[in-house]
Design a binder for this molecule. Structure first.
Ligand code: ADP
Ligand code: MG
Length: 730
């Protein structure tokens, strides 16, 4: 068979699982062996240098050049002992992935030879060309130069013989050109705001940490089949393909036994994760066939996010080793579940208290409610902006599809917690908060720990769900840099905590007791945040109508959702918390629109090529075969009845194929025309809107005809691997 698809299917069938040897050491013995962590720092750095560096890491003090030089020496020694020959600054440009440029550890020795060298200067800062990365116009206003600067709070690590140093990436004039810079600033903002409140409960609190536990979903496809799908290769998703007869209807994949080849891949991946200090813990099949998940134990958010980005690149590399390709795209296949990256987010104090965990004492619970309610207010106030933070051309296919949260942000609290909040605001007049109210309230609160023992309430349809001791932001896309979403959550919560603290101070200054003042404010804010609280079915159409009535942001066009980043409230939010300037925000929105346009543009091109050069010729060929047969039948049998009996159905198919072919031709022409018009638009926003409104829908429209043809045309000549092959051959 000359058909490429069949050759590839054969190759995939012949594939065996790789043998992944079990490491001789236990995980606790090799965990972090490729990371310059505290243990290595202690070993490779002089005592004063180690202390100075720890001080910088913990208290964000600046690092002197001398100390940096000494750190560089120790780091280089460790790296070279572990096989590293190169180093790189490792940063997170707005493209979404990570970037690196490797340099060898060599310098001229002045005598015609070289020496291995690495200085504090090279460790701390490097110059790069910012104009080669998305910068949203900051380049035309400012210099093209960019700098990467060391983030000592995330330890360096070795991948493939290269020492990778996590860095931020900023323009010559200091504008952030990455995801890490604003994330770090937001972590600091929420630390400051939260600590000042926590200290009213416990003055021993020195710091509040942001925690992130992500859950990464992904699909694996055999590399041969992937290679025969230009759409997967170039866009990360299938732009066409009829649903497989068996999909996820039987619900037999979720938590099912893991196919051997995949299990080998997962084991390999986990070893790599542990070596790199990523605490990989959970693995399982996901809902869709061919879909899986990996989740680590949660960590401090900046580190956790670095680990997620590192994981995604390790996943890609190892997939190749196992003759797979990994689809991290949010919706690689139509009609079945897409992939998300749930962000489990919480705040915790330096004294070890999780601020979203109901406590044992009344005071603990008051603190818990303070943080919970202020988070509700923050999410309510900035629900549009939060949506902007997770919106992309790729995630748009997943949000609002039947298995994922809709493009509306709401918060799920669960029955028990909802009752506690209802109870709090349900006791009549605001101005009569007396002891008995307080008593009742506190009694109610004291019950929370018990109530939470049975916290089995797991609403899966909510984009922002409280899950007992943390919030789970589920709308984040599987390809995303979590930093985008986290920055907004942190910023919004920091802003609200500052407001709350100001009001609390005022009430206390006015003579109210601490408890009474807090309760009064909680009541006010619970009421204010009511519209965001929704425990029902987020997938239902009623919710869409209800959400609109409540004034929640219901916009579903991604380019328009990005407008929320420039809303007055958003500008104020980022300015007041010092996380992003107006210029930086403008640059980011521009980048978003630009990337949106480019993604759809590429899809449209690939789609046009596949439709015209892969599908139509094959459909025509099959149609010609049928015509041939009909022609012969007509020649052989004069009677129309007999002709009808033998070739009637073929004639119908011939017409059907014609109708689809014509629709595809016309649709592709319209798509090309729409693209031409859109390409002439100068304004990035308008261009993205044109791509959203006029180009993207054409792909879906024409696809239907191609998928219908797939059911008609002879299986033997269909050129693209079908869904059943892509999804079930592992
Ligand atoms: P599920 O799929 O049931 O939601 P998983 O076990 O796949 O749960 O993932 C839950 C994630 O939440 C893990 O990464 C876990 O470490 C993380 N997590 C648990 N507690 C917290 C917390 N307090 N803050 C942040 N993340 C947390
Ligand atoms: Mg999970």
């Amino acid at each position: 068979m000359s058909n490429l698809r069949f050759k590839m299917v054969e190759a995939a069938i012949g594939r065996k699982a790789l043998n992944v040897p079990v490491p001789e050491l236990r995980p606790s013995e090799y965990f972090g062996c490729k990371v310059f962590n505290t243990e290595k720092m202690r070993k490779y750095l002089p005592k004063q240098v180690f202390d100075a560096l720890q001080n910088t890491i913990e208290n964000h003090t600046s690092l002197s050049r001398d100390v940096a030089d000494a750190v560089a020496v120790g780091m280089k020694q460790w790296a070279m002992e572990n096989g590293a020959t190169h180093y790189t600054h490792w940063f997170q440009p707005l493209t979404g992935g990570t970037a690196e440029k490797h340099d060898a550890f060599i310098e001229h020795d002045g005598h015609g030879g070289v020496v291995e060298e690495f200085s504090g200067k090279l460790l701390m800062q490097q110059e790069g060309d910012a104009s080669s990365f998305p910068n949203g116009g900051t380049r035309s206003t400012f210099e093209a130069r960019g700098y990467s600067a060391w983030d000592p709070t995330s330890p360096a690590f070795i991948v493939d013989g290269t020492l990778c140093i996590p860095t931020i990436f900023i323009s010559y004039t200091g504008e952030a050109l990455d995801y890490k810079t604003p994330l770090l600033k937001s972590i600091e903002a929420v630390d400051k705001a939260a600590t000042s409140i926590c200290r009213m409960f416990d003055e021993n609190v020195k710091k509040v940490y942001t925690y992130l536990g992500w859950e990464q979903e992904y699909f694996l496809v055999d590399e041969a089949l992937w290679a025969a799908r230009p759409d997967l290769m170039l866009t990360g998703r299938t732009l066409m393909g009829h649903e497989s007869a068996k999909n996820q209807q039987l619900e037999d994949h979720y938590f099912g036994s893991i196919p051997t080849r995949v299990a080998a891949y997962m084991r390999d991946l986990e070893y790599s994760c542990l070596e790199l200090g990523i605490p990989a813990k959970t693995r399982h099949n996901e809902v869709a066939p061919g879909q899986f998940e990996i989740a680590p134990i949660f960590e401090e958010a900046n580190l956790a996010n670095d680990h997620n980005l590192l994981l995604m690149s390790v996943m890609k590399r190892l997939a190749r080793k196992h003759s797979f390709r990994i689809a991290l795209h949010e919706k690689p296949f139509g009609g079945i579940n897409g992939s998300g990256k749930h962000n489990n987010w919480s705040l915790g104090t330096s004294t070890g208290v999780n601020l979203y965990s109901p406590g044992k004492t009344e005071k603990d619970n008051l603190q818990f409610l303070t943080f919970l309610v202020n988070t509700l207010v923050a999410v309510h106030r900035h629900n549009g902006l939060l949506k902007a933070a997770i919106s992309s051309a790729t995630n748009a296919h997943r949000l609002g599809a039947n298995e994922a949260p809709p493009a509306i942000i709401s918060v799920f609290l669960g029955r028990q917690l909802s009752e506690v909040l209802d109870h709090l605001i349900d006791d009549g007049q605001d101005d009569s908060i007396k002891m008995d109210t307080k008593q009742r309230f506190l009694t109610g609160i004291a019950h929370i720990p018990e109530l939470f023992i049975d916290n089995t309430d797991r609403n899966r349809t909510s984009p922002f769900a409280f899950t007992g001791n943390r919030f789970e932001f589920r709308a984040v896309g599987s390809t995303a840099n979590c930093g985008g979403a986290l920055t907004v959550i942190n910023a919004a919560v920091a802003e609200q905590l500052l407001v709350f603290k100001g009001e609390l101070d005022e009430l206390i200054a006015g003579g109210k007791s601490f408890e009474i003042a807090i309760i009064e404010l909680l009541k006010k804010y619970i009421r204010l945040s009511l519209p965001i609280h929704f425990d029902g079915n987020g997938y239902s159409d009623e919710w869409k109508a209800e959400a609109a009535k409540r004034g929640l942001d219901c916009e579903s066009s991604v380019p328009l959702i990005y407008d929320r980043m420039l809303a007055e409230g958003s500008l104020k939010l980022f300015k007041s918390t010092g996380i992003l300037s107006e210029a930086e925000l403008h640059a980011r929105v521009e980048v978003n629109w630009e990337i949106y346009t480019k993604k759809i543009q590429i899809e449209a091109r690939v789609f046009g090529d596949l439709a015209m050069n892969h599908i139509l010729p094959v459909a025509s060929r099959y149609q010609a075969q049928l015509l041939d047969k009909v022609d012969k039948v007509v020649k052989l049998y004069q009677s129309t009845d007999v002709v009808q009996e033998i070739a009637g159905r073929d004639m119908m198919l011939i017409e059907k194929i014609s109708r689809h072919i014509n629709a595809i031709r016309a649709g592709v022409d319209e798509m090309v025309d729409a693209r031409k018009v859109a390409n002439k638009i100068e304004c990035e926003r308008e261009k993205a809107i044109a791509y959203h409104d006029n180009v993207a829908p054409k792909i879906e429209e024409v696809r239907i005809h191609i998928d219908k043809l797939e059911l008609i045309v002879d299986n033997e000549i269909w050129p693209l691997p079908k869904y059943r092959e892509l999804l079930f051959m592992k």
